[in-house]
Design a protein around this ligand. Structure first.
Ligand code: GLC
Ligand code: CA
Length: 526
């Protein structure tokens, strides 16, 4: 386990939309370099950058045409190497985005694979052995290649599935996961990873990490075996490199060698009941919505078994949002966001902040771009200041990669820096708090102290700290039981010292009362 992950607070950058330095309306690597001080001053000490490799951009770069080449619109490989160096000088680690399950349909491997004559890449992708036979249960394409066969898709039409084999084979065109062609795919993936690690990157966020071996549905054992093999390489040659999976099943992902796994935007899961419970009939009952009448138990029932079952293997990563999910500002106001970030930044595991969420950027209702569809509204250019294009670019507004928030009160870094109680400044304080107390970091203990169905507040312990959160708009009280005072070393705490708060609280004897929309952290001392 790379030690730096313990205190890591990530900042996710969608490179298209962060900072444009050459006036072409699209963000670039030099722009990221320019803003590294901002990232550091926010308190983030790690980056995840969405794919910035050569691509036709039919899925915003998740359709990679050359894994080892930076897309010219972002700069050059040399720029990226410089970014690694500059980030490291500021104590910032950098994860790239690795797309292992598919390439672009324009990737040279695929162009070779489509050919009728057999070659090194014939079996790099999943093909049936007849133009007329498709693949049941999976999307596939026929009629596009000289080759006699149909190929499987992993996501969009532009993303043919790489061949890691089938665990449960039902047709003779299916490879076994340990067949030479599947081993070759895995080794090609390792080669890409080594390439970037050798140039100074610190690891990868791994796209659709669970999607490698097909019909591997039981417990993903064959896909897991590939990642274990890759983890062996990392442990041996790059022990400080980290891999974070888009899997959303920490029991599987962390046992397969990932250091952390994302808790994703999946309908009805614990994370979504906290802030995106807007598909449930009868209104939005998100716990973090002030009038949602939410229920922390819906989160805990899902989260606790995941946490308990994996805390010795790795970390669960909470996100404020990502490039695939609606921004939380869609349903939550600034005060609700402060409480939301307070929760995400004080839970165990490794947290990720999506660029712009620290100022509460809005989700915009705009037309699709580069395969974004409803995700596009979350991918708009960062709002730095109140100058033209909010400081994102000096280009004319018409050519910006995406439009910006047209509202008079569009949030900007410039405005929020001036206001001590802004979301930006509260986010900074929360990150600073996490760096200050090791108990709040990735592997500090986590115990539930007060959590009752449909009741507020939620009270929890992280080591020697006691935390309480009341996202509702109403005052709420909890009785602090004996358990709240037992320190991890079994001594009994006699003193509760508040070390941080948002809103208002009162602690009298064993009753803790929080005003609506409040949060407090106490240090417990014997
Ligand atoms: C992941 C990415 C998403 C992409 C898809 C296909 O879910 O986060 O943006 O479209 O994989 O690569
Ligand atoms: Ca640019």
């Amino acid at each position: 386990m790379p030690n730096w992950l313990k205190d890591a607070v990530f900042y996710e950058i969608y490179p298209q939309s962060f900072k444009d330095t050459n006036c072409d309306g699209i963000g670039d690597i030099n722009g990221i370099i320019e803003k590294l001080d901002y990232v550091r001053d926010l308190g983030c000490n790690a980056l995840w950058i969405n794919p910035l490799f050569d691509s036709p951009f039919k899925d915003a770069g998740y359709d990679v045409r050359d894994y080892k080449k930076v897309a010219p619109r972002y700069g050059t490989n040399a720029d990226l190497y410089r970014l690694f160096g500059e980030a490291h000088k500021k104590g910032i680690h950098v994860l790239l985005d690795l797309v292992p399950g598919h390439t672009s349909e324009e990737h040279p491997w695929f162009l070779e694979s489509k050919k009728a004559e057999k070659n090194e890449y014939t079996d790099r992708y999943i093909w049936t052995n007849c133009w007329f036979y498709g693949i049941s249960g999976h999307p596939y394409i026929g009629g596009e290649a000289e080759r006699d066969g149909c190929y499987m898709l992993n996501f969009f039409k532009c993303q043919p599935a790489l061949n890691y084999g089938f665990l449960n084979r039902t047709a003779d065109w299916q490879s076994a996961p340990d067949a030479p062609e599947c081993i070759a795919t895995r080794e090609a993936l390792k080669d890409i990873m080594r390439f970037w690690l050798d140039h100074g990157c610190d690891g990868f966020r791994v796209d659709m990490a669970d999607s490698l071996v097909k019909e591997d549905d039981e417990n993903k054992s064959a896909t897991g075996a590939i990642w274990k093999n890759i983890r062996e390489m990392l442990d041996k040659d790059y022990p400080e490199a980290a891999i974070v999976s888009e899997w959303c099943n920490p029991q599987q992902a962390l046992k397969s060698g990932f250091h952390a796994d994302f808790y994703l935007d999946h309908h009805g899961n614990g994370y979504n009941t906290l802030l995106r419970d807007n598909e449930t009939p009868g209104g939005d009952h998100s716990f973090l919505k002030k009038d949602g009448n939410g229920d922390i138990m819906r989160f805990l029932i899902d989260y606790l078994p995941k946490y308990d079952g994996t805390k010795d293997d790795g970390y669960i990563s909470f996100i404020t949002c990502n490039h695939d999910t609606p921004r939380a500002r869609l349903t939550l106001g600034y005060d609700e966001l402060k409480i939301a970030w307070a929760l995400f930044l004080t839970l165990p595991g490794v947290p990720f902040i999506y660029y712009g969420d620290e100022i509460g950027m809005r989700y915009l209702d705009i037309p699709t771009k580069e395969g974004g569809y409803t995700r596009t509204g979350t991918r708009t250019p960062m709002q730095w200041d109140n100058s033209r294009n909010h400081g994102f670019s000096d280009a004319s507004s018409e050519i910006l990669y995406l439009p910006q928030d047209p509202a008079e009160d569009a949030p900007t870094v410039e405005d929020q820096e001036k206001d001590p109680s802004s979301l930006l400044n509260v986010t900074k304080e929360l990150i600073a708090l996490r760096h200050k107390y090791t108990d709040l970091q990735a592997d500090g203990s986590f115990d539930v102290i007060y959590a009752e169905k449909k009741q507020f507040p939620f009270v929890y312990r992280r080591g020697n700290l006691l935390l309480a959160i009341n996202p509702s708009e109403n005052k709420a009280s909890a009785a602090l039981t004996e358990e709240a005072y037992i320190l991890p070393n079994d001594q009994k705490a006699t003193k509760l010292t508040p070390v941080y708060s948002i809103g208002e609280f009162k602690q009298e004897a064993n009753t803790l009362t929080l005003k609506g929309q409040s949060f407090v952290v106490f240090s417990l001392e014997a």
